[in-house]
Design a protein around this ligand. Structure first.
Ligand SMILES: Nc1nc2c(ncn2[C@@H]2O[C@H](COP(=O)(O)OP(=O)(O)O)[C@@H](O)[C@H]2O)c(=O)[nH]1
Ligand SMILES: [Mg+2]
Length: 454
């Protein structure tokens, strides 16, 4: 996501940062490049214009240009402006609003193939596991013969209830039956998955409107495919005008390198992106966090998502602990050991790579470093051969202790030294990451986080 934009903005902003003083002309020139970068990311033209105009108004202020770190200030302004563009920092990460009387009706609408049925199941699974909600799903798609069956199968895979299929019912009849069942059987949420069309037409809108009037949904979520770029934004505008939507589920973010739909959606439609689909698997759904996405776009890395991902794989407390330590800089070899284990549990480096700062650079570094699992295991063995006191304070590790550890772990003193060096780099990098902020980490590179090789 946002690959091109991240690279371009990174270069532009790095250029600003490197200069000590900034003139108004410098800022204007940089903003011209920002404009081009956004257009190339397929952001809607009116959105780009307003974005750049607002940036300019804020960035050429005297306080900014006269400050000690004008480049840094401009980057902060871009960062804040991006968060605004994406819908503001709500801190909640979107998600489905269930603040209504149960069973809360959630209507899923959108064009055919946008991901409605998949997203219905993903949302149901998310509500079930995260919020312990009892969810019922019903397919109102009577148009495609296999559609109701598709939802039933997804229900089985996620262990979420689906409304029994009754032949020859109309969408409206199914919707009513779903709500009745929801009420009678004590469901918290009823998700209604509608049929789509290949393009917006009156018949589609009439059918959806009829269902909407019958069930008065608390949430009407429009599902759109991010890869269709500005078409997704147009679709959202139409649906909102004709049906009235409460939020957007943007799917196939995983295949969308440019990000134009994500960046324009809020500004053009006025409706929030609530969830994003990031893959075909049923857990590939994320909340939409403008702040985290702005960080990602600016190459600051999405450390929060990284920690969350870790938390899903490992113990949540352990992950929170690690995040705290990273922030405080009190990271020791015990933590590094936990980290090695996590990396292995999380399915190697590739899964977490995209969440880390400076992705482009890291990929290159990773290739060079040629990480292998075996090396991670050897590093684990080295740390395991140390006493707890040694793990907490590596300063005590004199030559004879290092020899003992090498022998104990079946490695060499060189390997022990390499691990210790890497640990010190990681520690230093983590300090810098919190002190210098975003780009500090990128510049320093990720070598420190990676196990030494060779
Ligand atoms: N890569 C990717 N594929 C998705 C995503 N969401 C849905 N799909 C795929 O898109 C296809 C159509 O999805 P479906 O839910 O049947 O669309 P519907 O016609 O709107 O109900 C399926 O093959 C899904 O696996 C996503 O976020 N990422
Ligand atoms: Mg469908």
């Amino acid at each position: 996501m946002f690959d091109g934009l991240t690279g371009r903005l990174g270069t532009i902003l790095d250029g600003l940062r490197k200069r000590g003083a900034l003139s108004e002309a410098d800022v204007t020139a940089a903003l011209r490049e920002v404009r081009i970068a956004l257009l190339e990311a397929d952001v809607a033209l009116p959105v780009v214009k307003e974005f750049v105009a607002t940036l300019k108004a804020k960035a050429v202020g005297h306080e900014v240009l006269r400050s000690v770190t004008p480049g840094q200030q401009v980057i902060k302004i871009v960062h804040d402006q991006l968060i605004d563009l994406l819908g503001g920092d709500t801190g909640e990460g979107g998600g489905v609003d269930l603040n209504a009387e149960a069973p809360v009706p959630v209507l899923m609408v959108g064009l055919q193939g946008s991901g409605k049925t998949t997203s219905s199941a993903k949302i149901a699974l998310r509500l079930k596991t995260r919020e312990r909600k009892k969810v019922l799903m019903a397919s109102l798609d009577t148009r495609r013969p296999a559609a109701q069956e598709q939802l039933r199968v997804l229900g089985e895979q996620t262990a979420v209830a689906t409304l029994p299929i009754v032949a020859d019912q109309t969408p409206l009849q199914i919707a009513r039956r779903a709500l009745d069942t929801g009420r009678r059987e004590g469901y918290d949420v009823v998700i209604l998955d509608t049929a789509g069309r290949l393009a917006i037409d009156d018949a589609l809108m009439a059918e959806v409107a009829e269902v909407r009037d019958a069930v008065t949904p608390h949430e009407t979520l429009l599902v759109v495919d991010a890869m269709t770029g500005q078409d997704a934004v147009t679709t959202a505008t139409r649906f909102n005008a004709e049906i009235g939507i409460t939020g957007i589920v943007l799917t196939r973010i995983d295949g969308d390198a440019r990000g134009g739909a994500a960046l324009s959606m809020r500004a053009v439609t006025g409706k929030p992106i609530k969830l994003i689909g990031i893959g075909e698997k049923l857990d590939a759904l994320d909340g939409f966090h403008p702040d985290r996405i702005a960080n990602r776009i600016l190459g600051m890395g999405d450390v929060v998502s990284l920690v969350e991902k870790a938390a899903e794989t490992i113990d949540r407390e352990e992950a929170e602990e690690l995040a705290k330590k990273v922030q405080k800089g009190s990271f020791d070899l015990e933590d590094m050991l936990a980290q090695f284990r996590q990396i292995r549990k999380m399915g190697g480096m590739s899964g977490i790579m995209n969440l880390l700062p400076g992705v482009g650079k890291i990929k290159a570094q990773l290739k060079e470093a040629n990480i292998d699992e075996g090396q991670i295991r050897r590093n684990e063995a080295i740390i395991l051969s140390m006493t707890m006191a040694e793990r907490r304070n590596i300063k005590v590790l004199n030559a004879s202790r290092r020899r003992r550890i090498a022998a104990g772990s079946g490695t060499t003193v060189q390997e022990v030294n390499r691990l210790l060096k890497q640990f010190q780099q990681t520690q230093a990098m983590m300090k810098k990451m919190t002190k210098l902020g975003p780009k500090g980490m990128q510049r320093h590179g990720l070598a420190g986080l990676m196990p030494p090789t060779r």
